[in-house]
Unconditional design. Structure first.
Length: 96
């Protein structure tokens, strides 16, 4: 879209798209037409949205795994505590 709107080569358009989407935006290549500026805004929102979704997905993956481990440990501790109470009761009955 940028290539067609601004009459630049496809390679220049890709360079501009990557620099813009990664928020580096050197400013050496910038759109001058309304369509080119629209393409820039669209690319910025899509690029930032994609990076945001990617990082949040990775964070969720590690967070969910960590929570599952903690839940398993807590359940096991509860189970051991119940068994400990039952054993104490049995010991007390045997002593009496």
């Amino acid at each position: 879209m940028y290539s067609l709107a601004e009459n630049v080569s496809l390679s220049e358009s890709f360079w501009w798209a990557i620099a813009t989407a990664t928020t580096v935006g050197y400013g050496d290549i910038s759109p001058h037409t309304a369509v080119g500026k629209f393409a820039a805004v669209l690319l910025m929102f899509v690029g930032i949205g994609f990076i945001g979704m990617l990082t949040s997905s990775i964070t969720e993956y590690f967070t969910v795994q960590e929570n599952n481990k903690e839940d398993k440990i807590l359940k096991k501790l509860d189970q051991l505590e119940k068994e400990n109470i039952e054993l104490k009761e049995k010991i007390n009955k045997l002593i009496k």
